[in-house]
Write a protein that binds this ligand. Structure first.
Ligand SMILES: [Zn+2]
Length: 309
């Protein structure tokens, strides 16, 4: 059984203003790293475009239309202070969500043991009807709902180790007992949510905030103490990962001090739990990570762990 890697060149066509951290070079470095021969066993495919019917399990149809209609023919349009649409953005966003959906299909059908979706824009800040924080559609939420609607997954767990709290994902699943959202993140930091006492309508939201300056030990302790027991008790049929790598010590947007070894460790922990209760089914989606060297090394370590390397 193989690890599936999904991406698409159209994800390079989502342009952001000069100097913006969420830029096409992020995907270029990831592609470069994963071209190395130690990743030659990856099954590789192109991320398809998401269908509107898949998006509207999470987002109102008017929101999808609004983003499409706001997409400019030239130049950039701001949808919030740090989120923009360029001519290629809508299709890139459809690739990001579509890659998430296709990865779920392949893993739920047993055609791949797990998958990494290397696409942009990211998704975990996007709420049902609000694009924000570099995110247009909430890709991981679309993936979770697809697994439930099409593949009969009863319980889906979403682990988000991006350094920012996934306010969008938390908001979307706040009142849904069939989806557990778990997050480690720096706090205080954008977007301001993710306190310990934000636990969801069914106590199925698990926030484990970390403090600026925290590194490997506090992160691993939070993972072992706050995250893994709750994940195991939930007994998910599928484990989704919002894989942001901006908690890396080199990242310019935050102040946690993780290294690529920590991301590999966390990935293996999640795979162990998935092996026990979810038939090993893990689908990981790229979120943040803004230092190109730190991002490249971290994605390499994460994907190598998914390959059981
Ligand atoms: Zn982030």
């Amino acid at each position: 059984m193989t690890t599936l890697l999904l991406s698409h060149p159209q994800c390079l066509e989502h342009q952001t203003p000069f100097g913006h951290p969420e830029r096409a070079d992020r995907l270029r470095i990831i592609t470069h790293v994963l071209e190395h021969e130690r990743f030659s066993d990856l099954a590789r495919d192109e991320a398809p475009l998401a269908e509107v019917a898949q998006l509207v399990r999470v987002h109102p149809p008017e929101f999808v239309e609004r983003l499409q209609n706001a997409t400019p023919f030239v130049g950039l349009v701001h949808v919030d202070g740090d989120t923009t649409l360029s001519p290629g953005s809508f299709d890139a966003a459809l690739r990001s969500a579509g890659g998430a959906v296709f990865a779920v299909d392949e893993v739920m059908k047993g055609k791949a043991s797990n998958a990494f979706v290397a696409t942009r824009p990211p998704g975990h800040h996007a709420e049902t009807a609000t694009a924000m924080g570099f995110c247009l559609f909430n890709n991981v939420a679309v993936a979770a709902r697809h697994a439930q609607a099409v593949h009969g997954a009863e319980r889906v767990a979403i682990m988000d180790f991006d350094v920012h709290h996934g306010n969008g994902t938390q908001d979307i699943f706040w009142s849904d007992p069939s989806v557990m959202y778990l997050s480690t993140h720096e706090m205080p930091l954008y977007p301001g949510t993710g306190a310990l006492n934000e636990t969801g309508a069914y106590n199925q939201i698990v926030n484990a905030p970390l403090r600026a300056g925290d590194g490997s030990d506090p992160f691993r302790e939070a993972f072992e103490v706050a995250i893994m027991p709750r994940l195991r008790a939930f007994k998910p049929d599928l484990v989704l990962i919002s894989a942001g790598f901006d908690a890396h010590e080199r990242d310019p947007l935050a102040n946690l001090n993780l290294t690529e070894a920590d991301f590999a460790w966390a990935t293996k922990k999640l795979m162990e739990a998935a092996d026990e209760m979810a038939g090993g089914r893990v689908v990981s989606l790229l979120e943040g990570g803004y230092d190109l060297e730190g991002l490249g090394r971290s994605v390499g370590a994460h994907v190598m762990a998914l390959m059981r390397g």
